[in-house]
Design a protein. Structure first.
Lengths: 353, 353
């Protein structure tokens, strides 16, 4: 069966391209002496996480407890959860996971540290915790080296917790600044008498500049497995030939000469623009522009001189942001050279808690 | 159990508000002599579709075959599918549905009509078909009254099909123009000797101006059941008190005085802006601004003088676009006065084919 026999819209991964992405990254980080801890939020598929581990990854990175629960059930036990765990319901789930797997989490405030400590101490467990450091992304993370060291000391003193090190999610194209802030934070921890066993950096953008930083002990790329239009267009990672996942779609309407409608809308591509113009690259007709999305309609502008769309014609689209596409599709079809090989349910899809 | 005992992020519907929205719409359209055919894409929940029918709706509107399959399995049999059905796999599914339910579909091209005719004729069925008319929304739809009449004649002549009437999805705030185009199209059909039994208009924006148009025989609003920030801010429908669905979230980080992070990101709110600034309204603190979303993080700007966020604090958010929120959440919690009553699985969630 060919991928063109699949009904549309659907998400299809080329396994040859995907495996090359995985091997290239593992080989590069091996050479740089940096451990690979892939973020599974991009694929959310236990089979692909196992493949990453077989190729040499140290463990995996999850963002939500629900993702970690799926991966532990699938037999994966070395998990870093890079999210502040807040509230008793979630702390109880974390305790249940820590009984079964080698869990590590992050924290960026005394409130989060104290909640973790209370839950782990009562459960008779010791949980390794990294301090999340703000290095420019302006999301979570402790601001300033002294504050990082103070929170690290609080972790080290807290029953039920072990201070493991530092973690950050960096801003793109700030390799030197990120390294400088992590170095300041590490040095402040050293001055406070603390070991810093792990320094965990992240992101697929700047992945292949990880050796320049010279401080991280592990890297947590996610999108490198599939890649997407945003990474290519911002020159952050690879080219279009390295994009392993495409959303297949069908032309369902051609109301006028200069436009047609495809059956992939925001329910299959998401509405994430990530600063780009257009909602994805149509591989067969890059000159066609996906100008807007409704939920079930892709509004395609066909410029003068471009090929004329035919109703029933199939196209395949490299999405702007592939992680959110994984979260929309219940199933990912896997193929080689256009021939169907297997499908995988996206087992950790929609795990928002 | 109170809704504030639910873990976050989660989607909670206030049934009193929702039922008031449903009754108000049914009563208004009853008074205007227009049939109500609610679009279930907003809720995707069979229980709510049955409630709409019990309150007086003529039937339901689905966008995708997968949604219709869920609704037929739940015992609902009067279904208008407002999407061009293209390709043999989908035509076979439509035949299977038409054997079990009173299906009606739309078409806007000879290719779609011929595909429907071939499939239905071979199955020994007669399928009612409406011509989708372009009336300003620039999505699908035949452009121009003469072209509408020509396609209607093709349907009327096609074995296995019955020409039922006209359908449009209108542009907001163009009630008179939409009515004028539908009138021209109807008159052209009449001149061609065709009956036009049904004229189906849609949309929650302008819902309460349906009586002004004076031509549609039925209306297909979807979002009116929950409403959302987009409808309120564009003054298209009701106020914030009419918004029945909120996404509950928790403050998980407060890295600086002027910002905090909540655990609702694009995976629970979607990244749809619909032209608005900010990614939803925080009911408890409307002065806080959801300035950006990552997948699992809501980046909240806290302006000077606003209340200080506490880590662990709960907030509830009226989303920009509620239909896409339904598609992200596997389950909707239903409450009255803040007290949990039931939950419903979003059975037609993610049905993109």
């Amino acid at each position: 069966m060919l991928v063109t026999d699949l009904d549309t819209p659907c998400a299809v991964v080329d396994l040859d391209v995907m495996e090359a992405n995985l091997r290239r990254c593992q080989s590069y980080l091996d050479g740089a002496g940096i451990a690979l801890r892939p973020h599974i939020k991009t694929h959310k598929i236990p089979e692909f996480a196992h493949l990453q581990l077989r190729l040499g990854a140290r463990g995996i990175n999850c963002q939500k407890l629900g993702e970690a629960e799926v991966m532990v059930e699938a037999g994966i036990t070395d998990i870093l959860l890079t999210y502040n765990i807040v509230g008793q319901v979630k702390l109880d789930r974390l305790v249940a996971l820590a009984h079964r797997a080698d869990m590590k989490v992050v924290a960026d405030s005394p409130e989060v540290v104290d909640g973790l400590s209370d839950a782990m101490h009562r459960a008779g467990l010791i949980l390794p915790v990294l301090v999340e450091c703000e290095t420019g992304a302006q999301r979570c993370g402790v601001v300033g080296a002294d504050a990082v060291a103070a929170l690290a000391q609080r972790i080290a003193r807290s029953p039920g917790l072990h201070f493991l090190g530092l973690m950050t999610y960096p801003r793109f194209n700030t390799v030197a600044e990120t390294a400088a802030r992590l170095t300041e934070a590490r040095d402040a921890c050293h001055r406070a008498g603390l070991d810093v066993e792990v320094i965990s950096n992240g992101g697929t953008p700047d992945l292949y500049r990880a050796h320049e930083a010279g401080i991280a002990t592990e890297h947590r790329p996610g999108t490198y497995i599939y890649s997407d239009r945003s990474l290519v267009e911002t020159k952050a990672y690879g080219g279009y030939d390295d994009c392993a996942l495409r959303v297949h779609a069908t032309v369902v309407s051609r109301p006028a000469q200069d436009r047609c409608v495809i059956d992939a809308g925001s329910k299959s591509l998401s509405s994430d623009l990530l600063g780009l113009t257009g909602h994805g690259r149509i591989v067969e007709h890059p000159e066609w522009q996906i100008a807007a999305l409704s939920e079930e309609h892709g509004h395609v502008h066909v410029p003068p001189g471009a090929a004329t769309p035919r109703i029933g014609e199939r196209v395949s689209i490299i999405p702007n942001h592939v992680c959110v596409v994984s979260n929309l599709h219940g199933r990912i079809h896997a193929a080689r050279g256009g021939r169907m090989e297997i499908y995988h349910d996206v087992a950790a899809r929609g795990k928002m808690q």
